[in-house]
Design a protein around this ligand. Structure first.
Ligand code: ZN
Ligand code: ZN
Length: 367
């Protein structure tokens, strides 16, 4: 559907946000071609993450029109002069952006990039420019804005994947699944026989449950208010499920673990659940907060909270690892997905809001 209109840039279709809460409208926009360090990706699919919905709901007129989306997967269409690791035709999964220059990036910890906020939530390149400026729209969300037919990414936020794998399935690895699994495997380094509670069994929480099973955590306790999601949590590795609308979470966790739980992965962003997470810890327990909070509460001695970003994952290493686990049947994240045509993006968002769909994935084009 794209055509290169001479020096004027590339015509793309993108779902544009111009009104708080939506709906998004698919419109034709003009995007600059890739700069020397950039990669133009034709998107095949994109996951929808709760962060997209949070931005949609928090949007204000002063923010200008924006293109969201940050779980893209597609095929490289064109590369800038200095790009080395991918070429035209390569299948890629897109992840979060980092600056590549700061101390943390140089040390190999891009999730702790000192410019993480600007690089992912600035809706512009780090130099302040914006490839969609000619259409009066802002892009570059997570270095991708993947609710579109095309994205401009960089080598830092793309991961080359095998040609044999379905790109539409791989898209959500770039944020939600990486975050949930990375929290358990990297940030907390949960080990065999330790107890794990996961608050909120959406996509991020279920990735944490699957990762917990992988390392042999026991028990693995899923907490949610949607019985259907709890049922899935049990199928994917949870040994106990607690419905927090019907059951006393603290009492149940104490009963199951004896003296409190070793780790809580808190994905709900509810102050009540945050408080509860701290209460159910054993004296050396840790709460992982995946909700943008910094985790600086004062807690009873020994216990701590950690604010976690992207599961401390380096996408180019971690996403291939998750794909290998998926192929071995040990990380069956495809069970969380439901597919929608790009034109039905607003229905996909509505289903995700209600919690009816755990991980919506948009089909944008065919391979
Ligand atoms: Zn950096
Ligand atoms: Zn996300």
């Amino acid at each position: 559907m794209s055509q290169n209109s001479g020096g004027k840039g590339i015509r793309i279709q993108a779902a544009v946000l111009r009104k708080r809460g939506g709906p998004l409208k698919i419109q034709s926009l003009e995007m600059e071609g890739p700069r020397d360090e950039e990669v133009l990706v034709r998107l095949v699919s994109s996951g929808i993450c709760h962060t997209d919905i949070d931005f949609l709901d928090g949007w204000e007129e002063a923010d200008n029109a924006v293109v969201l989306g940050h779980e893209g997967a597609g095929v490289v269409e064109r590369v800038g002069k200095s790009v080395k690791s991918v070429r035209r035709g390569d299948p890629v999964v897109l992840s979060y952006q980092s600056c590549g220059h700061c101390r943390q990036c140089r040390k190999g910890h891009p999730a702790h990039c000192q410019h993480f906020y600007e690089a992912n939530f600035g809706f512009q390149r780090l130099d302040g420019s914006n490839a969609l400026h000619r259409s009066g729209v802002r892009g570059h969300f997570f270095g991708q804005s993947s609710f579109a037919t095309h994205s401009l990414a960089t080598e830092r936020n793309l991961v080359k994947v095998s040609k044999d794998l379905p790109l539409e399935v791989l898209a959500p690895l770039g944020c939600g699944l990486q975050t949930g699994a990375g929290t358990v495997l990297n940030s907390l380094a949960v080990s065999k026989g330790t107890s794990l509670a996961v608050f909120g069994t959406g996509a991020v929480g279920l990735a944490a449950v699957m990762a917990g099973r992988l390392v042999g955590a026991h028990p693995i306790i899923g907490v949610d208010r949607k019985p259907k999601r709890l049922e899935l949590a049990l199928q994917l590795g949870a040994t106990q499920a607690i419905d927090n609308r019907r059951q006393d979470v603290a009492a149940r966790i104490l009963h199951v673990t004896g003296r409190g739980v070793d780790y809580v992965v808190e994905t709900t962003a509810s102050p009540e659940m945050h408080q509860l997470a701290v209460e159910v810890l054993n004296p050396h327990g840790v709460v992982a907060l995946l909700t943008g909070e910094s985790g600086t509460d004062s807690l009873p001695a020994g216990r701590k909270t950690l604010g976690i970003i992207q599961g401390d994952a380096v996408p180019q290493k971690f996403i291939p690892k998750l794909i290998r686990l998926y192929q071995a049947g040990q990380f069956p994240f495809d069970r969380l997905l439901k597919f929608y045509d790009f034109s039905n993006i607003n229905r996909a968002i509505a289903d995700a809001r209600r919690g009816d769909t755990i991980k919506p994935v948009l089909r944008i084009s065919t391979v």
